[in-house]
Structure formats: structure tokens, C-alpha cells
Design a binder for this molecule. Structure first.
Ligand code: GTP
Length: 350
């Protein structure tokens, strides 16, 4: 039966990474003050080597994963517009204040010329502003500006001017703050809305907002790249394959997708629009760092996102062994920069 042939083909296909071993860039390191309340790792910039965990980083996977011929299709080739982000343009359409349990954020909704998705920036701190939002638009009046969120400070009932602040320091942008914490987060309906225990996505989003609020400024860029870019329908198909025993990487391959189909061009353009050229990135994903840096953003520090149940090698309060297996596969097959707790080293990768 075709199913078993494909399974066999996937599992017997060796991952050849040897040719990529010598192309690692020379490391350059920058040290900045460790922020309070945030557990950070070493600071570095432009270093594949530094962000790489052995030979299995996600970049290598993206470029060298040998999909068996039996399941190779044109969908494995990234569209040409993914190769160059110069043509990507973003504009903040509207912004609004969102009080949350972790503080008051401003949600920025972006449109772009690449897709019809509503990518978002969840901004904390009055010093971070969107150029495209603040720019004046033809024939708009003050009320138009207020309604689309291009105002300073906080709105009050009856306010008719967009540039009147309610006592906030108008010079706040000149105050010296460390480079902001940034989380570039991909949509996960199952993890964030249904609180699925198959992944740690919901926890990562909550933790990122908490850390950013503690720091005083920062951004979560929320990209509509569900299922590492394959969409919700195929992610659910992948879950069914995972229930049959395939891991998260192999399930993607089975569905004729690369392990990770994501692209961060829109994210880097949003960072540009928010005047954030030097950032501290909350991630364990070396491929994400590499793509952001290739686009000209300086990642001065990687701040790890350690799953709560993996902190201090905790053995209790696990939300389930499925998330442990999922995370372990991300470390072992996608090169994520996390230490697997000793207690999990023996478990099977499903
Ligand atoms: N295809 C697929 N996508 C998944 C699966 N589980 C979660 N996702 C998606 O993976 C994305 C999150 O990717 P992660 O690898 O957890 O995180 P990351 O953003 O790459 O890396 P970090 O920055 O370290 O968190 C979201 O779009 C989820 O919908 C899965 O089993 N299969």
C-alpha cells in the first residue's frame, strides 16, 4: 500500500548535512546588559554558528531536506517572491488600545502587498510608533486619524484632536531604553484558542507578552502563518498522521510540505515600520534569527523561550507527554536551541 511505502521512504532517507558544515559565518558577539526579570543566553549577532545546535538547524533542514521522490511536488519549491523581500510593502491600517491581564498593549493591524492576511503587531510602550500609521493621508481630518488610531497618548471621551496627549511625556521616544524584546510569533489556532496540549504555542504567546510588559517596551509580531505556513487544514491532517506515529517533521513531509514553510519578510518590514532595527529576539529557532538578520535586522540577543515544564528539569505538572515529544522533535530534528530534560531523553519521538 502506498501509505507504507511512503512511510518507509521517509524514514530510510538519510539527512545529508555534511555540505553545510563549512559554510558557517564567523561569529561576532555583542554584549548588552542583561535585562531584569528575563532569563537570557549569550548575546550574539550575525552568527549561524552561534545560533546553531550541531548540524541540525532549521535552515539546514529548509535547504537540504531530501524529500523522497515519491512525494516530491512543485509545492516543495518556495514561490520566487519568497526569495527577495525588497518588493514587500506593509502599511499599518489601524491601531487600537487593548487592555490585557498583562498590561495595556496597542494592537496594530497591517496590510501588505504579498497576501490578504491581517498580520498584527502587539506593541507595548509609547516609544514604539508606526511610521505608516502616523503619516498623514490625503483628505483625512482629525476624526479620521483618531478612528484609525493615529493619535498620541490616550483618547478621552469628546476628544477632537489626534495629537493631544493626556499628560504622557511627549519626549518619551528620546528616553534611552535597551533594544526592545521582540517575539515573532506564528498563528496557532489550536494552541492559542483551543489550548491544545500538543504544542507550547499558547504558552509562548502569553510568556512573550508578560516578558515584554516587564521590560517596559517591546512587540509581538503575530504572523498569520498557521501550522508553520501549511495552513490549519493541513496542520490538522498532520495531527492525524502524528496520531499514527509520525513526528511533526515527517507528517509535514508526508503532506508534501517542507518541515517549515514560513517566511519572515512581512515581519521584518513591520519591524522597519516600527523603527526597530536592533532587537532582542524571543526564540529558540535558529532559522528565524537567520532570516531576520538576512533581512537587515540586527538581533543583538537571543532570549530563549524555555517551556514551563522544561524549566529546572521539572518532572511534575507536565501538561502532557505529547508536548514533550513535540518539543523534543523540534530540538532533535529542527535544531531548536533548547536543552532536553534528562528525564525525557529516553522517550520515543512521536
Ligand atoms: N505543521 C505543523 N505546525 C505546527 C505543529 N504544531 C505547531 N505548529 C505551528 O508551528 C508554529 C509555531 O512554531 P514553533 O516552531 O513552535 O515556534 P517557532 O516560532 O518556530 O520557534 P520559537 O520562536 O522558538 O517559538 C505555529 O504556526 C503553529 O501553528 C505541528 O505539529 N505541525
Amino acid at each position: 500500500m502506498g501509505f507504507h511505502n511512503t512511510e518507509e521512504a521517509i524514514f530510510t532517507q538519510p539527512l545529508d548535512v555534511s555540505t553545510y558544515n563549512t559554510s558557517l559565518k564567523t561569529e561576532t558577539s555583542t554584549t548588552i546588559t542583561k535585562p531584569s526579570n528575563v532569563t537570557s543566553t549569550k548575546c550574539s549577532t550575525s552568527s549561524k554558528k552561534n545560533f546553531t545546535n550541531g548540524l541540525t538547524n532549521n535552515h539546514i533542514l529548509r535547504h537540504s531536506f531530501r524529500t523522497p521522490d515519491a512525494i516530491k511536488t512543485p509545492s516543495n519549491t518556495p514561490p520566487t517572491f519568497f526569495k527577495n523581500n525588497n518588493s514587500v510593502k506593509v502599511e499599518c491600517q489601524v491601531r487600537a488600545r487593548i487592555p490585557t491581564s498583562t498590561g495595556e498593549f496597542f494592537l496594530h493591524l497591517y496590510r501588505n502587498n504579498r497576501d490578504n492576511k491581517e498580520h498584527l503587531a502587539v506593541v507595548y510602550g509609547d516609544n514604539i510608533r508606526s511610521n505608516s500609521l502616523d503619516a498623514s493621508r490625503p483628505e483625512e481630518n482629525e476624526m479620521d486619524r483618531i478612528i484609525r488610531g493615529a493619535y498620541k497618548g490616550r483618547l478621552k471621551p469628546g476628544q477632537i484632536k489626534s495629537d493631544i496627549s493626556d499628560g504622557d511625556d511627549p519626549n518619551i521616544s528620546s528616553i534611552q531604553l535597551p533594544p526592545p524584546l521582540v517575539r515573532i510569533h506564528s498563528e496557532c489556532f489550536t494552541g492559542e484558542t483551543v489550548h491544545s496540549a500538543r504544542c507550547d504555542c499558547g504558552e509562548q504567546l502569553d510568556e512573550a507578552m508578560r516578558l515584554i510588559q516587564l521590560e517596559g517596551h517591546g512587540v509581538v509580531i503575530y504572523l498569520r502563518q498557521e501550522g508553520r505556513g501549511i495552513g490549519l487544514a493541513d496542520k490538522l491532517r498532520a495531527y492525524n498522521l502524528q496520531d499514527l506515529g509520525y513526528d511533526t517533521v515527517t507528517a509535514n513531509l508526508f503532506l508534501k510540505h517542507p518541515p517549515d514553510l514560513r517566511n519572515y519578510d512581512v515581519a521584518t518590514k513591520i519591524l522597519d515600520d516600527l523603527n526597530l532595527s536592533t532587537i532582542r529576539l524571543l526564540t529558540n529557532n535558529p532559522d528565524k534569527i537567520e532570516q531576520i538578520e538576512e533581512a537587515g535586522i540586527k538581533v543583538i540577543e537571543r532570549v530563549p523561550m524555555i517551556p514551563i515544564t522544561w524549566q529546572n528539569n521539572l518532572d511534575s505538572n507536565r501538561i502532557g507527554k505529547e508536548v514533550d515529544q513535540y518539543l523534543k522533535v523540534k530540538v532533535e530534528r529542527m535544531g531548536h536551541l533548547l536543552s532536553i530534560p534528562e528525564t525525557l531523553l529516553h522517550i520515543d519521538n512521536i
